[in-house]
Design a binder for this molecule. Structure first.
Ligand SMILES: Cc1cc2nc3c(=O)[nH]c(=O)nc-3n(C[C@H](O)[C@H](O)[C@H](O)COP(=O)(O)OP(=O)(O)OC[C@H]3O[C@@H](n4cnc5c(N)ncnc54)[C@H](O)[C@@H]3O)c2cc1C
Length: 530
């Protein structure tokens, strides 16, 4: 049965579970395109702060932290359009989109030290793929997604593929593992085929002026609050009741952790960001490792599990969240009251801050990478303070220098390991001894959960068949053909939810179809055979 769209928006009340970019985008589309009054929109957020995965916090003395930094590209069609409606905090006459575009014109990604070995830059002019590997690559883009089932990347490519420049660039840029979903890799290859040519230097990668909490979340929150949207922090939803029949599914009650309830009336809606890659994260310190927490500390995994048990159309969270060993990795953020490290990296790499992107140490047991964003990365960051981010994909392996797994390491030990790979231990010793360096490690148990092998149907549709008043949002709702681990995907699901349930004159933005553009196809073919 086709869901009838709601056409009485001024009477609607909408509850958004989760204040990540998917929830924030939904609020904007509900107001702008569906005509729901801002004051009728409630964002229920279990944390004390908005933004979910798009975080950025801290100050000089305690240290700054970003769990991750986002690479964007020109064809994030939904995301950039969304941000074209949001005034920048620094100049309200300019949108966040235009602020970002202007920033990217000045600081163009052009990584000159993409891969390192033995502390030296590697030649990445060739991706190093054999003829067979090139053929496997092409074949993958032509088979159907369905035919791949829940196969892993290592089921498709031979073992030597994982030693090529191409794989080191790919795995460190997108955080795919050998055991990640082949279907998701296929989506990336098709969706981002226009980037394949310049992948070795991060060509086409765009960033925001500051970290995404300051550049995106704060302006969006301000915009929505001015429209009357209510943010209820510290509100965790622990269960949802439904009326379920063969042709209609209606959410009826939201149960909160604090034992309160929200009973949904006939004009009320709920959108749920089911699953989150930053659930249960933990910060360590300079002297203590981060703690690996599990599902018990999460909100969305527990809630999704609870409701998935009520109806098979609500998807299957288990493939995504029940194997932390394969999903976790660790990141760290360094704060330095000194510019020696940045100066060294600028001279060594040939990239000024904000233009180099990822630098990956291919011989690191942890497969460690660092990114030096344009400084300041926080608006309140003093001129003489420098910040950079790093991560390791294999936190259970012992370091090459530090005799501990990455997971067991303090912030200080993670930096020691990094200095060893760059051969700058002596250079950095006096700066560390003078107490000018801080580093905060972060454990992210679910960060790669969206790449876990999955079957069609494991992610629920955004608006499931027969749903009258609810939608799923975010990385674990199905947006056909688009790529997870992107803010674009979450914003797309917000459009699908609002335009799917409410009468609007809007259509979900089409995806940029570079896979059928001969120019990009040829460019990619040439690049993989280089
Ligand atoms: C390290 C890292 C690097 C990344 N790199 C990139 C990149 O380069 N490019 C890119 O485009 N994207 C990148 N991403 C991905 C992108 O940031 C996320 O996919 C996106 O921000 C997810 O947004 P979301 O709103 O769907 O979910 P989330 O941001 O996860 O939001 C979910 C929200 O729901 C709340 N919540 C959960 N359960 C409950 C409950 N029961 N009750 C109330 N509230 C609840 C959570 O607290 C959270 O605020 C990266 C992410 C990380 C972590």
């Amino acid at each position: 049965m086709k869901t009838e769209k709601f056409n009485n928006p001024t009477q609607a009340k909408v509850y958004l579970i989760g204040s990540g970019i998917a929830g924030l985008a939904s609020a904007l589309y509900l107001i702008k395109d569906a005509g729901v009054p801002g004051e009728n929109i409630h964002i229920l957020e279990k944390d004390k702060i908005a933004g979910g995965a798009t975080d950025g916090a801290g100050e000089t003395e305690k240290g700054f932290v970003v769990r991750g930094g986002r690479m964007h590209e020109m064809h994030y069609e939904c995301y950039w359009e969304l941000l074209s409606h949001i005034p920048s905090l620094e100049d309200p006459n300019v949108s966040v989109r235009d602020e970002s575009y202007e920033f990217n014109e000045r600081f163009v990604s052009n990584g000159q030290a993409r891969l390192l070995k033995d502390g030296k830059k590697m030649d990445v002019s060739s991706y190093g793929l054999s003829f067979k590997q090139q053929a496997d690559f092409l074949k993958l883009t032509y088979v159907s997604e369905k035919s791949l089932g829940n196969d892993r990347i290592e089921d498709w490519f031979d073992q030597s593929f994982f030693d090529t420049n191409f794989w080191y660039i790919w795995t460190s840029m997108f955080a795919f593992q050998k055991w990640s979903s082949l279907a998701e890799m296929r989506r990336y290859m098709k969706r981002f085929i226009h980037l394949v040519d310049g992948l070795y230097k991060l060509g086409g990668v765009m960033r925001t002026k500051y970290n995404q909490y300051d550049s995106v979340v704060r302006p969006m929150k301000k915009y929505l609050e001015e429209k009357g949207v209510r943010f209820d922090f510290g509100k965790e939803v622990v269960d949802i009741d439904f009326n379920l029949s063969a042709d209609k599914k209606t959410a009826t009650v939201l149960h909160m952790k604090d034992k309160s309830e929200i009973v949904l009336g006939k004009n009320d809606f709920v959108f749920f960001t089911n699953g989150s890659i930053t659930e249960s994260t933990d910060n360590g310190t300079w002297n203590t490792p981060a703690e690996l927490k599990g599902i018990a500390a999460s909100g969305s995994w527990k809630l999704w599990k609870k409701i998935a048990a009520k109806d098979s159309a609500f998807g299957n969270p288990s493939p995504f969240c029940d194997n932390i060993e394969l999903q976790k990795w660790y990141s760290f953020t360094a704060t330095m009251k000194d510019n020696t490290f940045l100066k060294y990296m600028e001279n060594f790499s040939g990239n000024v801050d904000g233009t180099g992107g990822l630098v990956t140490m291919t011989d690191s047991n942890w497969l460690m990478s660092v990114v030096i964003a344009r400084q300041p990365h926080f608006p309140q960051q003093p001129d003489d303070v420098k910040i950079f981010w790093g991560y390791g994909l294999y936190p259970d392996r012992k370091g090459n220098y530090i005799n501990k797994t990455m997971a067991e390491c303090t912030g200080a030990e993670m930096l020691e390991e990094l200095y060893y790979h760059l051969k700058i231990q002596d250079l950095m010793k006096p700066i560390t001894a003078a107490g000018k360096v801080n580093c905060i490690p972060v454990a992210m148990p679910f960060v790669d959960s969206l790449f876990m092998p999955r079957k069609i149907g494991d992610r629920p549709d955004v608006v499931v068949k027969g749903a009258t008043n609810f939608a799923f949002l975010g990385q674990f709702a199905e947006a056909p053909k688009d790529c997870v681990f992107t803010v674009e995907y979450s914003v797309r699901t917000a459009q699908m939810a609002v335009y799917g349930l409410f009468e609007t004159d809007k259509k979900v933005h089409p995806m940029y179809d570079s896979a059928h553009n001969p120019k990009y196809l040829l460019g990619a073919l040439k690049a993989i055979s280089r």
